[in-house]
Design a protein around this ligand. Structure first.
Ligand code: SF4
Length: 342
């Protein structure tokens, strides 16, 4: 049995032909999937025979919400249980310009960043494109709200699940799918250099790229993110310059400020020097403290002063508004709680 949400429209057309059906049926089925139906029998313009055939060959991935939490600011965090019993998290955030879905792309993560609750779960498996798509459909179904932006910033490293993430992006972008423009889709990576270059060459889908940088010094970054031992900051910056050259898109560098680790004036000046002249934006994030975590959040004064130093040195920097701070909004926290509950 195959998950029918795993297919792009073009792939679904091939599937339909392979089971002896007319190609145009794929458009009807695809449209139903994005109206959020949870069973083939709800596809009322299909014949009984076709519905039976679909049920024999495919399933609709209906993920189950086991423990959603709603923040006072409207942020909703979902703990979804997949068909095989694995748990993932997704978040819906409300902004003036629309609703953003933050989706997971793996069960756990193998990148091992030591400030991240997802890393503590350990890597289990990558999600299929249908499982990624199901998170958005289920968020829309449960909240009754339309999603207009998608960010790959939940559990998992998207460039470590490249093909499925790319297929999911094609479906999200498809006018007959979610019809969300590439400019409203963002991928956040810890810096897998060859994949950043590959992404730059995806001419059809030039989405926003965010790099989790967190330090401009190799020794500090390696202590926070093991991936830095494989791809140094210089290599990541080179790949980012290639991305900018190919796409003419601005890159966002995410920088989680940790008290006494990466938040001094000297750190800000060092970062400004690294990014000088690049089409870049720095997003400063007060680090989210996780259970058993070793890092403490920088003070508000330090965060503001870090931003001012960057701005004074020609780097556009903003401080990310903390959404969902009254719930377990940092990715991986709900799954860890659930694992400890059982
Ligand atoms: S921060 Fe991202 S890449 Fe690093 S361990 Fe967490 S989910 Fe993986």
């Amino acid at each position: 049995m195959k998950n029918i949400r795993d297919f792009t429209l073009a792939e679904l057309e091939e599937e339909l032909v392979s089971i002896g059906e007319k190609k145009y049926r794929a458009k009807q089925i695809f449209a139903w999937l994005f109206r959020g139906v949870t069973s083939f029998s709800e596809m009322t313009d299909l014949s009984k025979e076709l519905i039976a055939k679909l049920s024999e060959n495919y399933y609709i991935e209906n993920i189950v919400d086991s423990k959603s939490q709603k923040s006072k600011d409207g942020t909703v965090k979902f703990l979804f249980i997949l068909r095989d019993g694995n748990a993932i998290e997704s978040v819906m955030m409300k902004y003036k310009y629309g609703n953003t879905a933050c989706v997971s792309n793996q069960v756990g993560c193998r990148m091992g960043c030591n400030f991240c609750a997802s890393a503590r779960i350990g890597f289990v498996r990558s999600l299929t494109s249908g499982e990624i798509i199901s998170q958005i459909l289920e968020i829309e179904r449960q909240t009754g709200e339309k999603i207009s932006n998608v960010v790959f910033m939940g559990i998992g490293e998207p460039l470590d699940n490249y093909d499925n993430v790319m297929r999911a992006i094609k479906i999200i972008n498809d006018p007959k799918g979610f019809n969300i423009g590439a400019r409203h889709i963002s991928i956040s990576t810890c810096g897998i250099v060859p994949k950043i270059r590959q992404l730059a060459d995806e001419i059809e889908l030039q989405c926003n790229l965010c790099i989790s940088l967190h330090s401009s010094k190799d020794d500090v970054r390696s202590s926070m993110m093991p991936i830095n031992k494989k791809y140094s900051i210089a290599e990541v910056i080179d790949a980012c310059k290639y991305y900018i050259e190919k796409t003419n898109r601005r890159i966002t560098f995410e920088y989680a400020l940790v008290d006494g680790v990466n938040d001094s004036k000297e750190d800000a000046l060092h970062l400004a020097k690294l990014l000088k002249g690049m089409l870049a934006h720095v997003n400063l994030i007060p680090i989210n403290k996780i259970k058993d975590g070793i890092y403490e959040k920088s003070s508000t004064e330090k965060i503001m002063s870090f931003r001012d130093t960057l701005n004074d040195n020609g780097i556009v920097a903003t401080i990310r508004r903390e959404l969902g701070s009254d719930i377990s909004a940092a990715c991986g926290q709900l799954v860890r709680q659930q694992k400890q509950d059982v």
